[in-house]
Design a protein around this ligand. Structure first.
Ligand code: HEM
Length: 313
């Protein structure tokens, strides 16, 4: 809708919002207290609140959240781009939380728990990839109306996305270094870069279960992206000789490859969307754009799980 200048309804007076990022105090409730309240209200929802807020707003600081959308241009499509960008950041945060905890469970040999968490992680990735459906309604002329206002801002600078890539083993000191000057972000990025990934933990687990894993994999530079290794491939081949529900490691392998499959779809959809919107123009983040994206789009986190497919009967 390039010819139409949007009208933005002011749903919140942002000058009156408590800007603190810390959680606000709200009352605790129990089955008993909720029952008592519903008796008092004769079954109707509560509507009378004291002060200048209500518990729904305060539980998640919703008024603050909804004060953070500031398109910079008069281009109609920028609000859509802005909102979807923020939604994706929150979803990356949710996904990273799950992956972090899946890794914790693998460290403890709690593979059933890790599989349950991976199931949710897969749904997250599908949902994040579906967000491209909304963004793909933006046409080149609509995007061009606000693109200049991004300056050199680009998704490649998303620290939340980088956390997701790093915890999955796609490390890069170079991409991490973009956050070196951000003191409230850098320490955790550095830590994630230097810590064994979820897949490294899976490999330690395979080793604990008696599969002979090469020393070069068990003690490597964690800042490097994981690369395929024959001993890990052999371990998976031996696991896949018994492809049954009773074989927990096989089930873990299948969850991991399904995750990788969905992440590839996510990458591919970003790549095709970018090609559709800006063609082969350079990116705002300084890269050649689609040409650069083509290289990163083919990455897979768990290479041996793909490679063994040739050899399964
Ligand atoms: C809808 C229009 C979009 C276009 C045209 C676009 C374009 C691009 C381009 C050209 C790059 C390469 C780096 C550079 O900027 O030079 C890139 C990277 C990236 N974009 Fe987008 N993007 C769009 C939306 C988004 C959104 C909404 C997100 C999610 C927050 C996102 C996440 C990323 C990420 C994470 C990278 C780095 C990829 C990697 O490191 O593997 N993009 N994008």
């Amino acid at each position: 809708m390039p010819e139409y200048k949007p009208k933005t309804p002011a749903v919140v007076d942002i000058s009156k919002v408590d800007g603190s990022p810390y959680p606000r105090k709200i009352d605790f409730s129990t089955d008993k207290s909720r029952y008592k309240t519903s008796k008092q209200t004769m079954g109707d929802p509560l509507i009378n609140y004291e002060g200048k807020s209500n518990p729904y707003i305060d539980y998640q600081s919703i008024d603050l959240l909804l004060s953070l959308q500031h398109p910079r241009s008069e281009g109609y499509d920028e609000m859509c781009f802005y909102v979807m960008g923020q939604v994706k950041e929150i979803l990356f945060k949710g996904l990273h939380f799950e992956l972090f905890n899946a890794r914790e469970q693998i460290k403890l040999d709690e593979i059933n728990n890790a599989i349950t968490i991976l199931e949710r992680s897969i749904e997250y990735v599908k949902f994040i990839a579906d967000a491209w459906n909304i963004l793909s309604t933006i046409k080149p002329e609509g995007f061009n109306q606000f693109r200049d206002y991004l300056g050199t801002a680009s998704g490649q600078l998303s620290f939340m996305y980088r956390h997701v890539e790093f915890i999955l083993g796609n490390k890069s000191e170079k991409m991490a270094s973009a956050h070196k000057n951000v003191p409230h972000v850098w320490p955790e990025i550095k830590k994630n870069l230097e810590t064994p990934s979820l897949y490294d933990e899976v490999i330690f687990y395979l080793n604990r279960k008696g599969h002979a894993i090469s020393e070069a994999v068990l003690d490597r530079d964690w800042k490097e992206t994981y690369k395929s290794n024959q001993s890990v491939k052999d371990a998976w081949l031996s696991v896949y000789r018994e492809p049954s529900n009773a074989n927990l490691i096989y089930k873990l392998g299948e969850s991991l490859i399904s995750f990788d499959e969905q992440f590839s779809i996510y990458r591919w959809r970003h790549y095709t969307l970018v090609k559709k919107i800006i063609g082969f123009k350079s990116g705002t983040g300084g890269s050649s754009g689609v040409e650069w994206l083509e290289k990163v789009t083919s990455h897979q986190f768990f290479p041996e799980l793909w490679e063994i497919r040739n050899e399964l009967s």
